[in-house]
Write a protein that binds this ligand. Structure first.
Ligand SMILES: Nc1ncnc2c1ncn2[C@@H]1O[C@H](COP(=O)(O)OP(=O)(O)OP(=O)(O)O)[C@@H](O)[C@H]1O
Ligand SMILES: [Mg+2]
Length: 283
């Protein structure tokens, strides 16, 4: 059977208005030294929405993520987080990168709680925060490893700690920049499934930067394709395939081919083709 796998819409990424956890309009950025960065970008991320940002190397995905997270100021445009202008990373956001970046002198529990600042909290708050860390570590399957040291962990376990650290902040929005790209294929697939599971349980939205089309299709509610120099968001697909998604399902294969051809076109011309009429979203 051929359920409609996805809908596509022309750029810019559709805004979800007041239900958005993050709303960016007219953003651009250029590094002072190189002039590289990204072109005008407007996008919104809805509450609990998983959005994947795909695109060729160097088009500005990580830079865009850093601006949206409040780590860099845009040259133009605005970012609003829960309706408020964002000037620095929001306490209800969290970041996960390709490297887990654990502190080697802290055990798993303290790494996962790092940044929650137990020391300066009243005892009751400290207990509640400890409970949050325990819950996050249990959710990523590391309850039995609280006392382990980073040097004793596999790469996948270290990324689980990084994910637990993010969850312990009880984020409204998790920013993740290629968090699984250093992992082997099986661990990676496990982490993709875990990510979808835990962010649903934590009611968090996600912006996931990835090079991997399959990763985007398996986890995303919406996929944005960034292309050009400087990069812009040129295409968007809403993925309506129910979870858990099967990498070999017909709907997944159809969407993969569609995205691949847009990526190929973008790398040849800088801009992917417009959607054909049968790819337009149904109304
Ligand atoms: N600190 C910096 N100073 C100057 N230029 C930079 C800096 N960081 C990145 N750039 C340049 O900005 C552009 C966008 O970089 P960015 O890292 O955002 O790309 P990307 O899409 O994330 O690439 P990749 O997929 O390889 O991670 C690139 O041309 C890069 O060389
Ligand atoms: Mg990058």
């Amino acid at each position: 059977m051929s359920a409609r796998p996805a809908t596509t819409a022309p750029a810019p990424a559709a805004a979800t208005g007041s239900s958005a956890v993050l709303d960016a309009a007219g953003l651009s950025f250029a590094y002072a030294r190189s002039g590289a960065g990204f072109g005008e970008v407007s996008l919104a991320i809805g509450r609990r929405e998983i959005v994947c940002l795909l695109g060729g190397s160097g088009c500005g995905k990580s830079t865009l993520l850093r601006v949206l997270a409040g780590l860099e100021a845009p040259a133009a445009g605005t970012v609003r987080f829960l309706g408020q202008p964002l000037a620095r990373p929001h306490p209800r956001s969290a970041l996960v990168f390709q490297q887990a970046s654990l502190l080697p002198w802290l055990n798993v529990f303290d790494n996962a709680g790092f940044g929650l600042d137990f020391k300066h909290q009243p005892a009751a708050d400290a207990a509640a925060r400890k409970a949050r860390v325990r819950e996050a570590l249990a959710a990523v399957g590391l309850a039995a490893h609280e006392r382990a040291w980073p040097a004793e962990l596999s790469g996948g376990q270290a990324q689980r700690v990084a994910l637990a650290r993010a969850l312990a902040r009880e984020p409204e929005l998790l920013f993740a920049d290629e968090p699984f790209s250093a992992l082997d294929a099986i661990t990676r697939a496990e982490m993709q499934a875990l990510l979808v599971d835990v962010v649903r349980r934590w009611h968090a939205a996600v912006l996931l930067v990835t090079h991997d089309i399959d990763e985007a299709i398996l986890v995303a509610d919406r996929i944005l394709l960034m292309a050009g120099r400087p990069g812009r968001i040129e295409r968007e697909w809403t993925v309506g395939i129910p979870h858990p998604r099967d990498a070999h399902a017909e709907a997944v294969t159809a969407l993969r081919l569609n995205i691949l051809s847009a990526l190929r076109e973008a790398s040849a011309t800088g801009v992917p083709p417009s959607p054909t009429p049968d790819e337009e979203p149904s109304t």
